[in-house]
Design a protein around this ligand. Structure first.
Ligand SMILES: Cc1cc2nc3c(=O)[nH]c(=O)nc-3n(C[C@H](O)[C@H](O)[C@H](O)COP(=O)(O)OP(=O)(O)OC[C@H]3O[C@@H](n4cnc5c(N)ncnc54)[C@H](O)[C@@H]3O)c2cc1C
Length: 473
């Protein structure tokens, strides 16, 4: 009989695991508490506008990402971001300034003072940190690169990726590759140069060089394709509230809508829900060893506003990926994507769309404002920064109460706890953006690795053949 697996959560992590394991011949059931799969990944199409309510782009950092898109038959729908997206703006002195892309343009750029540029030259000579405790991203960056680099490069960057704050994020867990450069090469600059060879060997592409893609009809194409491939292996509107280990295998207790609790038995369980959702679930009903611990992972609220404007009502040419706003510049907005520049058919002809992020760890209270208040805030910022001169012609507002897990200082304890639980309860696995990276690409790669671990468990071990005195496996 085929081995069975229950996957809890139908975000991109759960869908990847389900798809891989179904292909490997396991009997797969995926429970999703919402009425659609995709988790935070969703797009709407209305009046000629296409709006992403969660992620907007996927980075092709690994062949596992490219592979899953191909295996789902989506190569023909994939679109790469416009060449102009290489240009990114950072706000300095209340104006968008292009981020320098080469060492030469860095030295010419008005984004950093002469002092900050000279400070960077010292970086290869600064000793590596050899303490065991986790350092915050701010401490790390000030120590190696200086305050201005923190304010005008790292602060806006982590606002864009994590909606996070460098004072709280752990460098080791939030930006592990940066951390590793220091650990391995003693310097970020040296590591950037010498690390390229190793990335090539691992078939990885650095985030700076990876191509960025979406689909003609937005990122929702991906969960829709998974849904089609998985068919009735997916049960929507179904929440799992307890998992209990038996002598062999597991009981999974779940509820469909308001119906009574039902039970299914399975060989393996993959929890691919949210970290904050874990607190709602129990492990072995009576066990004290429940999941409440994980509610300590902070997920700040984020408001996403997709606003449409007539092209002539925006002064800025919008030729670029978007604009990030450092905290020291004191605006309401964390960052803006120039969505209609990035990909075609995001706005009707003659119109443009901006995707604006508000709140995050920097100003969580702002994300909670009403839609009219958010629009006013966004328009005030956009009028100063991009010369927006009219009310929007299109509005799509999404409020994420708990948007993105923050890999804050101390995050190592959560990772250890997950490893311990997996060891203590064979057959139980964890996958999702709360473990080894929050980006869609990292989530896919990690889900892929989780499915490999399960496949290795069920794959029959080869029968040893005796050849002479030696045993060959
Ligand atoms: C606003 C925003 C913008 C982003 N932008 C980008 C971007 O441009 N590029 C990028 O790479 N990344 C981006 N990210 C991050 C990335 O999208 C997410 O980290 C990733 O998609 C998370 O996938 P996941 O499967 O781990 O979790 P989720 O998408 O959160 O899915 C988890 C699913 O599990 C379900 N679930 C939870 N508990 C249970 C239960 N007990 N029973 C049944 N079901 C359950 C939930 O309903 C949910 O559907 C963004 C995130 C947000 C919020």
């Amino acid at each position: 009989m085929n081995k069975s697996v229950v996957i809890i959560g139908g975000g991109i992590a759960g869908l990847t695991v389900a798809f891989r394991l179904k292909k490997a011949g396991l009997d797969v059931t995926l429970f999703e508490s919402g009425s659609r799969v995709g988790g935070v990944m969703f797009s709407t199409e209305e009046d000629g506008y296409l709006a992403e309510t969660g992620p907007n782009t996927i980075l092709e950092t690994s062949p596992k990402v490219t592979g899953i898109v191909s295996d789902l038959g989506l190569d023909g729908e994939k679109i790469y971001a416009n060449e102009a997206s290489k240009i990114r703006f950072i706000v300095k002195d209340r104006k968008p300034v292009p981020l320098p892309l080469s060492p030469l343009s860095f030295f010419k750029s008005p984004l950093f003072s002469k002092g900050a540029k000279l400070r960077l030259l010292k970086e290869p000579f600064i000793e590596a940190w050899d303490n065991q405790y986790e350092e915050s991203l701010s401490q790390f960056v000030v120590r190696r690169l200086g305050q201005e680099f923190l304010d005008y490069a790292i602060n806006p960057f982590v606002a864009g990726v994590y909606a996070g704050e460098p004072d709280h994020l752990s460098v080791r867990h939030a930006l592990p590759k940066l951390y590793q450069l220091e650990q391995k090469y003693g310097s970020l600059i040296k590591g950037q140069i010498f690390g390229a060879k190793e990335r090539k060997k691992r078939e990885e592409t650095s985030k700076q060089r990876a191509r960025m893609f979406s689909f003609l009809h937005g990122l929702k194409t991906l969960p829709e394709a998974f849904q089609k491939a998985l068919g009735d292996s997916i049960q929507k509107d179904t929440t799992v509230n307890d998992v209990t280990p038996m002598k062999v295998g597991w009981w999974v207790h779940y509820k469909k809508g308001n119906n009574t609790t039902k039970t299914v038995t399975t060989d393996f369980i993959v929890y691919a829900g949210t970290a904050f959702g874990l607190k709602e679930m129990t492990l072995a009903k009576q066990s004290k060893d429940d999941f409440v611990f994980f509610q300590k992972i902070y997920h700040p609220p984020v408001a996403v506003l997709v606003l449409g404007f007539k092209r002539e009502d925006v002064d800025h040419p919008l030729e670029g990926f978007g604009m990030l706003i450092p905290k020291v510049e004191d605006f309401h907005t964390l960052g803006v994507l120039f969505s209609s520049t990035l990909f075609p058919n995001r706005a009707p002809r003659g119109y443009v769309t901006l995707t604006i992020f508000i709140g995050g760890s920097r100003q969580p209270e702002n994300a909670l404002k009403s839609e009219p208040e958010l629009i006013d805030m966004a328009l005030a910022d956009m009028s100063t920064l991009l010369g927006v001169r009219s009310k929007p012609t299109f509005v799509e507002h999404t409020f994420w109460e708990q948007a993105i897990p923050q890999y804050d200082v101390g995050f190592g304890t959560f990772k250890e706890k997950l490893n311990d639980l997996e060891k203590q309860y064979p057959g139980l696995y964890f996958a999702g953006n709360y473990r080894n990276g929050i980006s869609v690409a990292d989530t896919i790669v990690n889900a892929h690795e989780t499915s490999e671990r399960i496949i290795n468990q069920v794959r029959p071990s080869p029968t040893p053949k005796r050849v002479g005195e030696r045993t060959i496996v």
